[in-house]
Design a protein. Structure first.
Length: 409
């Protein structure tokens, strides 16, 4: 058995929801639980014994990813290659366009495809075994979400006996199913032929409007092809696709704030799978990662669910809960940081409180303006003795009074 993995990483235009943090690095390299967001995907792929190569397909500038790819490839001992789309091809367009590159070496029998903006335990071997058992061209990993949130996602209807995908509806207006698409797939090479045929049909149906597939937008520019709407929707119920029911944690990482919730999920997972990377100590509560180069005063109480990056300085009596503190940030004595992300080289003054109001619902954009993670862009500074609550602070901004529920430009 030989395997390859493809991670669909999109490009910079999609990173706007990660502002102000995407101003410094591409969204997919933003640290979640101490590692760049897609490191978690790559690590899971590297553990599949038959994995030959991991391909990242997207439209970032190559130099933005070069160092990360080199270091990660070395660290995890797996070949990683970036394929630049040059222009946006869509989630299916890129895969299909580069099929010869994907299939040209190592003769892969299984091809994993992962969205970069999801967080889960990536049970790839189980997914592969399931895919082989049901012998269809493609297997989609599905998970259950609460009924009221299901229409935010690609909804799946599957045959409970045969595991076949019977119906796929992308963000339907009315309730279809609480089993949703995780953005993690296993393909056989034959799926590229199926995709090719589906695309020919799609192009034909684009001219002769065919009401069988109402989710497919008619007469749109077909230079981009979407895996969900253009491929899975018409193929559902044709015996082509299986659905693997995944029971573990899953969440989308759609904006900077959601990385705090995803970090919590990964840290819980690490507590079971690699507890040695979590910090222990009298001043530590729950799951915490502290970079060895950070200086944390022993009277500071840290956790649960905190990451403290390299060269951070944390003063006396500081309290940090549910937060991400990035490299070289300074948190002065007696400050308090809760549900927040402090960008690179930012600063929190003496006795200052920086606080977000958590919103654990999986909606991409909360309707509730009074809820959200507080985010400091790089180099932002909060003076002493102020309160910053539920705010987004642009890079290098200096705050000299208290703020709440604001974007501070
Ligand atoms: P939204 O709710 O609108 O964000 O849609 P979604 O959750 O279905 O996500 P989307 O289909 O936009 O993206 C899924 C994954 O594919 C993400 O990791 C994107 O970065 C990636 N992606 C999206 N469009 C493209 C594309 O044109 N090319 C490549 N290579 N990747 C893409």
């Amino acid at each position: 058995m030989t395997s390859k993995a493809i991670i669909l990483i999109g490009g910079p235009s999609k990173g706007t929801r990660f502002r102000p943090l995407s101003l410094d690095i591409p969204k997919l390299l933003f640290p979640v639980a101490g590692k760049p967001m897609i490191y978690h995907h790559i690590e899971a792929c590297s553990k599949v014994p038959s994995m030959k190569e991991i391909l990242l397909i997207g439209f970032f500038k190559e130099e933005q990813l070069k160092d990360f790819i080199q270091q990660t490839s070395k660290q995890l001992n797996v070949p990683i290659r970036y394929i630049n789309e040059e222009k946006v091809l869509g989630t299916a367009g890129g895969l299909y366009h580069f099929r010869d590159i994907i299939l040209s070496s190592d003769n892969p029998e299984s091809i994993f495809v992962l969205h970069s903006d999801v967080c889960c335990s990536f049970p790839l071997e189980e997914l592969q075994q399931f895919h082989q058992k049901y012998k269809r061209h493609c297997t989609i990993m599905g998970t259950q979400v609460a009924k009221e949130y299901a229409n935010q996602y690609g909804c799946l209807v599957r045959d409970e006996n045969t595991a076949e995908l019977l119906h796929f509806a992308e963000k339907p207006e009315t309730f279809v199913s609480s089993l949703i698409n995780c953005g993690v797939y296993c393909f056989s090479p034959s799926f590229f032929d199926v995709m090719g045929k589906t695309m020919v049909d799609l192009r034909a149906s684009n001219v002769n409007i065919n009401s069988d597939y109402p989710e497919i937008t008619r007469n749109r520019n077909l230079e981009t092809l979407r895996l969900e709407q253009d491929i899975f929707v018409p193929l559902a119920g044709t015996g082509t696709i299986s659905v693997f029911p995944y029971q573990g944690f899953w969440r989308q990482i759609k904006n900077a704030g959601s990385s705090v919730y995803c970090q919590e999920l990964y840290l819980n997972h690490y507590a079971k799978t690699k507890p040695e990377i979590l910090k222990k100590g009298d001043n530590i509560i729950g799951n915490v990662i502290i970079d060895p180069s950070a200086e944390v005063d022993p009277t500071a109480i840290i956790g649960p669910d905190v990451y403290i990056g390299p060269n951070v300085k944390v003063g006396k009596g500081v309290r940090i809960i549910h937060s991400i503190v990035l490299d070289s940030t300074i948190i002065k004595d007696h400050a308090c940081v809760i549900y927040s992300i402090l960008g690179w080289s930012s600063e929190v003054g003496l006795w200052t409180r920086v606080e977000g109001i958590p919103n654990y619902t999986p909606f991409l954009y909360s309707q509730e303006k009074r809820k959200g993670i507080t985010i400091f862009g790089s180099g932002a500074q909060a003076n002493g003795e102020i309160i910053v609550r539920n705010c987004i602070v642009m890079p290098h901004k200096q705050l000299d009074r208290s703020y709440s529920n604001e974007i501070i430009l």
